[in-house]
Design a protein around this ligand. Structure first.
Ligand code: 5GP
Ligand code: MN
Length: 350
C-alpha cells in the first residue's frame, strides 16, 4: 500500500469506510491497545486520549493512555485521569506499553517529534499505528493517517470516527465529558473560526448525553489559584510589549519571574490570547524561559497572518495558521525578544 493510499481524510469527504472498519477490527483483535498524545498535553490531547480510552471501554475493550509528561491540574477531574501513565514519571512502564502495543493510537500530533522523549519508542514500536490529528503537514509515519487540519480539535475528529463506526448511540457520559473538554479548550470556548455547524451538532449530542457544560467550564476556567491570577496581572502590567505599527504584542516571563509566583503547569495558558485580544493587535507572542535555558514560544494571530509560516522559518516549530509554537534553544530572553523584534519590520509590514 502506498503512503497516499494509507491516508484518509475528513473534510468534505466521508471517512473511507474500509480504512475506518480496519481500524476498528484491529482494536477488537489486539491484545494491547495504547493511546498516546503530544508532550505538554493540553485539553485536546488529554481529552481525546481519555475519550477514546472510555469509548473503547464502553465497547468492551481495554486500553492504556500514555502521555510524555504532566498536564495542568485543572484537567485532573477528567474521568480516569489517574489511569494515565506519564512517561517522565514511569519511563520503563510507559516505554514497555508503547513498544509492545499491537495498536497504537497517536492523537493530536502530526509527527513523533511532538511526543518529546517518546519519539523513538513510538517510531520503533511495531504496533499498527493510527494517527488522528488536525495539525498541518502531518508526517507519514503511521499505518493510517486520519487528518483534517481544518477541524478545530482532535476531539471533534474522534467523535467523527465514533460516528463512522456507527457507535455514537453507545457514547458513554465519560467519553462525552472528555470530548466536550477538548473541543472547548481547542476552540477558545467555541469562538475560533474553526467552529462549524458540525461542531455545534456534535456539542448538542454531547449535552444530550448528560454533559454538564457549566460545571466543566467552572472546573477548567473558574478554579484559579490566587498566585496564578497575580502572575497574569504581573505579566499584563509589567511584561507586555506592544508595537502598534506592526499590530503585534509580546509577553515574556523568565524562570525567576515564574518562580516568584509559584507558577505551575498550565498557569501561563491563555496569556497569549489576552495579548491577542488587545485593540489593534493581530499577532501575539508569549515567550517563556524553560528550566534548561531555552525560550519556548506560543504564537497567535488573527485572519490571514500565518504564524505557522513564521515559526517554521525562524523558530523551529509549527502548528496552525493562527496558533503555532516554537523554540529558540540556549537563548537568553533579551536576545530572543530582540531577534523577534528584528523580524517584525519585514514580516509585519504587509
Ligand atoms: P501552544 O502555543 O498552545 O503551545 O501551541 C499552539 C499550536 O502550535 C498547537 O497546535 C501546537 O500543537 C503547535 N505547537 C506548539 N509547539 C510546537 C512545536 O514545538 N512544534 C510544532 N511543530 N508545533 C508546535
Ligand atoms: Mn488539538
Amino acid at each position: 500500500m502506498s503512503k497516499e493510499e494509507k491516508m484518509s481524510r475528513w473534510g468534505s469527504e466521508v471517512l473511507q469506510a474500509p480504512v475506518v472498519a480496519d481500524c476498528w477490527n484491529r482494536n477488537v483483535s489486539a491484545q494491547s491497545i495504547v493511546i498516546v498524545a503530544h508532550r505538554s498535553p493540553d485539553g485536546d490531547a488529554v481529552g481525546s486520549s481519555l475519550a477514546l480510552h472510555h469509548h473503547l471501554r464502553a465497547m468492551g475493550l481495554n486500553s492504556s493512555v500514555v502521555l510524555p509528561d504532566g498536564f495542568p491540574a485543572f484537567f485532573n477531574w477528567l474521568p480516569n485521569a489517574d489511569d494515565i501513565v506519564l512517561q517522565d514519571v514511569e519511563m520503563e512502564r510507559a516505554n514497555a506499553l508503547i513498544a509492545h502495543a499491537e495498536v497504537l493510537w497517536c492523537l493530536d500530533f502530526n509527527g513523533p517529534k511532538r511526543a518529546g522523549q517518546m519519539e523513538e519508542v513510538i517510531r520503533s514500536s511495531r504496533a499498527f499505528k493510527i494517527v488522528v490529528d488536525h495539525h498541518m503537514e502531518p508526517e507519514l509515519f503511521a499505518d493510517v493517517l486520519l487528518s483534517d487540519p481544518t477541524c478545530g480539535s482532535t476531539c471533534e475528529l474522534i467523535y467523527g470516527l465514533i460516528e463512522a463506526w456507527y457507535q455514537q448511540d453507545s457514547l458513554s457520559l465519560e467519553t462525552a465529558q472528555c470530548l466536550y473538554t477538548g473541543m472547548m479548550t481547542d476552540t477558545g470556548s467555541f469562538r475560533f473560526s474553526s467552529v462549524t455547524g458540525n461542531t455545534h451538532r456534535i456539542l448538542g449530542h454531547l449535552l444530550d448525553s448528560g454533559v454538564n457544560q457549566a460545571w466543566i467550564h467552572e472546573q477548567v476556567f473558574g478554579s484559579n489559584r490566587i498566585a496564578k491570577i497575580q502572575m497574569q496581572g504581573f505579566a499584563m502590567s509589567e511584561k507586555l510589549l506592544v508595537w502598534p505599527e506592526h499590530r503585534t504584542a509580546l509577553i515574556s516571563l523568565t524562570q525567576a519571574e515564574m518562580k516568584r509566583f509559584d507558577c505551575q503547569s498550565g498557569d501561563t495558558e491563555g496569556l497569549v490570547n489576552q495579548a491577542l485580544a488587545l485593540e489593534g493587535v493581530e499577532v501575539a507572542v508569549f515567550m517563556k524561559e524553560s528550566e534548561d535555558g531555552h525560550v519556548k514560544m506560543s504564537f497567535r494571530s488573527k485572519g490571514e497572518y500565518s504564524v505557522r509560516d513564521l515559526v517554521a522559518e525562524h523558530f523551529n516549530g509549527g502548528g496552525h495558521r493562527n496558533a503555532a509554537g516554537g523554540i529558540l534553544e540556549n537563548t537568553p530572553m533579551p536576545v530572543a525578544i530582540e531577534f523577534f523584534q528584528s523580524l517584525l519590520k519585514k514580516w509585519m509590514s504587509v
